[in-house]
Write a protein that binds this ligand. Structure first.
Ligand code: AHG
Ligand code: MN
Ligand code: MN
Length: 307
């Protein structure tokens, strides 16, 4: 069997400080995964959006903040679970945006969920194009980590036989340009009729299979590997959709576009949207270049009745 390449070896070709930050995130997996069994049901309260915060959300948030702060490489941490950003070390090189636990409602049903992290050198306002690196971890049947530090998209799996490290699984990943699966969030009768028509074409014209797991990281991983389309679209009830531009859309759009996929906000690539408010939501469309080009001709932005 070919010699396994560990993530420690792989990050040697990127900026040293960025590599140290990525390895710090990689090093958290065992502790985090070990917490799952006894933090399954607990509710820790509600977050700044009034959303229920699972006990594991709060624990993982605190744990990651502590570990990132200890590196001495982080100036500021913005988190979906922090009301105010955590000011860490004034002269440190990086600003971190994170969704510490994405898809936490999947915990009690033992479905996939994960962590999304965007790493910037500059503070707000930013667009996804300002990202120095993006990475996500996916806790599923296996634990995987995908990182993009501007030199390709690379996936690693934890604990491959005989290894307690992350080993390279896929290097320089490319989104397949044909076929694949699709997942669409929200309520179909709440989308624009035009987007509902586009959704039907994914089956009738493009022959895609429905795959929706309810965690962005899981649904993202499916189209990164198999190709196809994922959206949490604009709807009448939520014209800006559900997912957050800063914590979810921008970091994942960098990975997806660097792997040859395309993204859309309803008016531009999700890497171009300027972000100066960490709480802002955005309609979110990810797909092959062909499907996103077709989508651009579709009226996707819904308006509340009467607006
Ligand atoms: P989070 O757990 O960080 O709040 O994210 C949940 C999000 C995202 O992961 C997923 O795509 C979406 O919620 C699913 O929403 P629905 O439950 O409406 O399908
Ligand atoms: Mn999330
Ligand atoms: Mn979350």
């Amino acid at each position: 069997m070919a010699q396994e390449v560990t993530i420690e070896e792989h990050v040697q070709h990127i900026d040293d400080e960025l590599a140290r930050l990525i390895l710090t995130v990689a090093g958290m997996s065992v502790d985090i995964r070990n917490e799952f069994p006894h933090r399954l049901m607990g509710i820790a309260g509600t977050n700044k959006y009034g959303e229920v915060v699972a006990e594991l959300d709060a624990w993982v948030n605190d744990y990651i903040c502590k570990k990132l702060a200890a590196t001495g490489l982080v100036r500021k941490i913005y988190s979906e679970e922090l009301v105010q950003p955590m000011l860490v070390k004034e002269d440190a090189p990086f600003v971190v945006a994170m969704d510490p636990l994405d898809g936490s409602s999947n915990i009690v049903t033992n479905n996939p969920f994960g962590t999304i992290i965007g790493i910037y050198r500059k503070d707000l306002p930013v667009s996804g194009d300002n990202l120095a690196a993006s990475l996500y971890k996916l806790y599923g049947p296996i634990t995987t980590l995908v990182y993009d530090a501007g030199k390709g998209v690379h996936e690693f799996v934890k604990h491959r036989k005989g290894h307690a490290k992350y080993c390279l699984l896929n290097e320089n990943m490319r989104v397949p340009s044909e076929g694949g699966v699709f997942g669409l969030g929200g309520e179909p009768l709440d989308w624009t009729p035009e987007f509902l028509g586009f959704a039907k074409s994914l089956v009738k014209v493009h022959g895609l299979k429905l795959r929706y797991c309810g965690a962005f990281v899981g649904d993202f991983s499916q189209i990164l590997h198999k190709g196809g389309f994922f959206a949490y679209p604009s709807s009448v009830k939520s014209p800006k959709g559900k997912l957050r531009l800063f914590y979810e859309a921008q970091p994942m759009a960098k990975i997806f576009e660097d792997a040859g996929g395309a993204t859309w906000s309803g008016s531009e690539s999700l890497l171009q949207t300027k972000c100066d408010d960490v709480n802002v939501r955005t309609p979110l469309y990810f797909g092959s270049k062909e499907l996103v080009e077709l989508l651009k001709g579709v009226k996707t932005v819904a308006h509340k009745d009467g607006e």
